[in-house]
Design a protein around this ligand. Structure first.
Ligand SMILES: [Zn+2]
Length: 907
């Protein structure tokens, strides 16, 4: 197994007698264990007259098996043991995964394995769970991703399985003569076979033990080792499906052009990354790039290359561009320029091996300095990789670039021709001729004129201003891992000056040649009024836009940078390889004060941002209610609508004045963390101070918090088809004790809430509770979004549930309370997986004035001390009738685009 030099886990790949491929991983550092099963079956396998069946089966496997017949059994088990579980259904694969306390992994595997051996598929459960599929379908009915996807499906070869509807709903899963449970069982028997499955198990146990468990629990899965998955023989596009322009009208405002080239399956290229390398050339954003030239014209705001659907016999190679208003007018000219850039690549094949080597070095550095990600995400990715890569490359597959192969490169470039192209133009002014099934997406299909295609095919010269990527200036230094000077457990306040705190910590845990730098600048001008809050956000967007080309090589070299707005000002964050990062920060600070922002980009971004904020009206009602809640509780976090209105009325001169004023007086807090020594940090501090010396020092700005003092109800009408409810309880103190009580309450209630209101009552797809702090004040939120029940009914059901919960609270015995405590303790105690998460946690602590960096420890102590009697008393007090809270209700108001607050009253 090829693994990173930085990876201390042990691996073993085995194949069971039934054909199941298993990857066993021992991770001694992890407090959690995890497993993931990928199945080579997805919606492509749905019977034509039962679309959505694969997805429905995915839901049903969680709802009871022979040995664990209870519908909530696995979810409850995992959640009580401090874990999470989920699943998804794709085109040709379905994936199930969970993480859990190390101690509980064996029991979890025992339950999990039954999913794939003997699911009950109980008719009483199918009856109910169909509604969850329906609610999931309705939830995404306004989602442009889904709506556009459906238009795509209706314009391909109808005999290809991609043409089928993937989600399913009450209609496609309706009852017929034969019980749907039996159809689910047929599907399960046909497609859930061991030789088409791949399993990853990662825990802190020795590999021999894991192997024993894998074989014991998963050998009973039925399989037929030699049997290959039948290939798809229909092409995705027939000749008549190529050469089309698909005009699609989005639901939210969007202007996008996708130039799409049809390719066959490209799995075999993975060791050379032939297609990704071409995507790298076309997606390059430095001087003379396709992006740079189109942006200079004022036609695009963003460009990406290489994305697009792919599967076992097809791949769309997309060049996607976010267009300006003018870009819509000139979309044909944009496509000409695309082909001119393709010419540039074809004319310079001899220069490509050097560029390939650059990219390969980068991937190698990235792989060598690879950090652990969230275990549950990592195992699920691996189980999918196992479906595509050779055994030796399960782990390294994504990073392999074995060498530039001229023949395959040239073969792939031959697919990028006008006669192999489809165009998708997404914009609001389509004159639609069709509406898609299921989502009612308005669209129109036109043939591309053969004359235009002929003239595109004629293009044989690049523009003289076009350039290929150049050697990367950020890669000239050697990547060195410094010795640890004196191991420190927490950041030190290296320098404290009026208005400027500089924190530093050398990393001695993760030992990667990387680091993070944060710089938060608070300014009174950021919070003067809503207009200034909007301008702060606009400045961060415009800054990122103005420096994109200059710093693109840094991004390629594995350095990232972001300027974002926060309540009170702006934060600059850089991350990635430590080697050249400090130079990057210096250049960024220089740009912060000096980069030229022109009136044209101001106008474009102002327009985009106003649209973006207005669009947020069309979010899911639950998200909208949370946004209302956030604005009520955090006065410096106004609602998108208010920001849009304020920004609409600003001019370029005001923006420039704001930019000057913002930096006149600042409070600065910064943190350097990673592969640096103290002398680096000291030098670096000097340089940063130098850049900021003209600013007057001010005290830092405390983020205001609105305390909820009474029961307040707020009712809205939203332009969407679902109703929703959010109930929010704020902690009444800032004490750690109360934080822990709210976390524990959430842990006690959340699984039952989901089981009762979603699985049993089927109120909707989005149902849940969450621990939700705002500006460091703890809180707990309950939310339900429903296509069927109106908001008052949801509130009624919610209240009924809460009353039952309180009425039965004495049934909670000490045993199960200890279990809950243990589960929650695992969550709180979870170790930072990587440098990024560790940096984030320290940075958050600095912002919260937790300068001892011991919040985790204090929470665990408070949890340890919390008794059953105390939590019962707290639950009863919290759910008392007159306990202050917010009740946010929204009802559906279809065919009306304006949101109208009906009333906002105190009860
Ligand atoms: Zn689902």
């Amino acid at each position: 197994m090829n693994i990173s030099r930085n990876d201390n886990r042990a691996y073993r790949a085995i194949t069971l007698d039934n054909g199941l491929k298993v990857l066993l991983v021992q991770d001694k550092d992890s407090t959690k264990a995890a497993a993931s099963m990928a199945v080579n079956a997805g919606h492509f396998d749905d019977p034509l007259d039962r679309q959505g069946l694969a997805h429905f089966l995915e839901h049903m496997l969680f709802l009871g098996t022979d040995q664990y017949p209870d519908s909530g059994s696995f979810n409850n088990f995992v959640s009580q043991a401090g874990g999470n579980t989920n699943a998804w259904t794709g085109t040709e694969h379905t994936c199930y995964y969970f993480d859990i306390n190390n101690q509980e992994i064996k029991g979890a595997l025992a339950q999990f394995s039954r999913f794939f051996i003997a699911p009950l598929l109980n008719p009483a459960e199918t009856e109910k769970e169909r509604n969850a599929i329906e609610a999931e379908f309705k939830l995404k009915i306004k989602d442009d991703g889904r709506r556009i996807y459906q238009a795509h499906k209706e314009t391909v070869n109808p005999a290809h399985p991609f043409a089928k509807f993937s989600v399913g709903n009450l209609q496609t899963l309706a009852d017929r003569e034969r019980c749907i449970s039996d159809e689910l069982r047929d599907f399960f028997n046909n497609h859930y076979q061991a030789q088409w499955m791949t399993l990853v198990i990662c825990a802190n146990e020795p590999l021999d033990i894991l192997e024993k468990w894998a074989s014991h629990y998963f050998s009973p899965i039925k399989g037929n080792k030699g049997q290959a998955k039948p290939a798809i023989n229909e092409p995705l596009y027939r000749p008549e499906d190529i050469g089309k322009v698909l005009h699609i009208e989005p639901h939210k405002h969007m202007q996008k052009l996708i130039v799409s080239f049809a390719m066959p399956n490209i799995d075999d290229f993975y060791r050379h990354k032939t297609v990704s390398f071409i995507a790298h050339l076309l997606g390059y954003e430095g001087a003379g790039s396709l992006y740079s030239i189109l942006k200079e014209q004022g036609w695009i705001n963003a460009l990406s290359a290489g994305g697009g659907i792919n599967g076992s016999n097809f791949k769309d190679f997309n060049i996607s561009m976010a267009l300006t208003d003018e870009g819509i007018e000139y979309f044909e000219d944009i496509i000409e320029i695309v082909f001119e850039y393709i010419c540039l690549i074809n004319d310079n094949t001899d220069k490509l091996p050097r560029l390939y080597q650059d990219k390969k070095n980068l991937l190698q550095i990235a792989f060598d300095n690879q950090e652990k990600s969230r275990l549950i995400d990592w195992v699920s990715n691996l189980s999918i990789n196992m479906q595509h890569y050779d055994e030796a490359n399960y782990v390294q597959g994504d990073y392999l670039m074995e060498g530039f192969k001229k023949t395959t490169h040239e073969m792939a470039m031959q697919w990028l021709t006008p006669h192999n192209m489809r165009l998708v133009l997404i914009h609001p002014d389509v004159e639609p001729e069709h509406k898609t099934a299921w989502y009612n997406t308005p669209y129109k299909v036109e043939a591309i004129s053969p004359h235009w295609l002929a003239s595109l095919a004629h293009i044989n010269k690049p523009l003289s201003t076009m350039l290929l990527p150049t050697a990367n200036p950020y890669l000239t230094k050697e990547v060195v891992l410094y010795d640890v000077e004196k191991p420190q457990t927490k950041p030190q306040l290296l320098v404290k000056e009026p208005g400027f705190d500089f924190w530093f910590k050398q990393d001695n845990t993760f030992r990667v040649a990387k680091g993070h730098f944060y710089l938060a600048m608070d300014s009174h001008f950021a919070v003067k009024d809503v207009k200034h809050m909007a301008l702060t956000r606009l400045f961060s967007d415009l800054f990122m836009d103005s420096v994109g080309e200059q710093f693109y090589p840094a991004e390629l070299a594995g350095l990232s940078y972001h300027l974002t707005s926060h309540q009170g000002g702006l934060t600059l964050h850089t991350a990635g390889l430590s080697t050249s990062q400090l130079e990057l920060v210096e250049q960024l600070l220089d740009a912060l004060f000096n980069v030229d922002i022109c009136a044209r980009r101001f106008a474009e971004y102002k327009k985009q941002l106003v649209r973006h904020w207005r669009n947020s009206n069309q979010n899911k009602p639950v998200s909208e209610l949370f946004s209302v809640l956030g604005a009520k509780v955090m006065p410096w976090n106004p609602q998108p609508d208010e920001l849009a209105t304020a920004l609409k009325n600003t001019c370029f001169q005001q923006f420039n004045e704001f930019r000057q004023d913002f930096f006149k007086a600042l409070h600065v807090e910064s943190f350097l963390h990673g592969n640096w020594q103290q002398s680096d940090a000291e030098n670096f501090h000097k340089k940063v101070s130098e850049h900021l010396k003209s600013a007057t020092a001010i005290e830092d700005l405390t983020r205001p918090l609105h305390e909820i003092n009474e029961v307040t109800r707020c009712e809205l009408e939203l332009a969407c088809s679902d109703h929703a409810m959010v109930i929010y309880y704020q902690a009444q103190t800032s004490d750690v004790d109360e934080k822990v009580k709210l976390m524990a309450l959430n842990h006690l209630i959340n699984q039952d809430y989901f089981n009762e209101l979603r699985t049993t009552q089927q109120l909707g797809y989005l149902v849940g509770t969450g621990y939700a702090p705002f500006n460091t004040r703890a809180g707990i939120a309950f939310y339900i979004q429903s296509p069927k029940f109106e908001a008052h009914a949801l509130l009624h059901r919610h209240n009924h549930f809460i009353n039952q919960f309180i009425a039965n609270i004495d049934d909670l015995d000490d045993d199960s309370w200890q279990q809950h405590k243990h589960g929650l303790g695992t969550h709180i105690a979870e170790k930072d997986k990587n440098l990024r998460l560790r940096s984030q946690r320290f940075w958050l602590a600095i912002g919260n004035k937790d300068h001892e960096f011991h919040m985790q420890k204090r929470l665990l102590e408070a949890l340890h001390a919390l008794t059953l009697e105390q939590i019962k008393a707290y639950a009863i007090a919290t759910f008392a009738d007159d306990r202050p809270r917010y009740e946010l209700l929204s009802s559906a108001k279809v065919n009306k685009s304006q949101k109208m607050p009906l009333c906002s009253q105190s009860l």
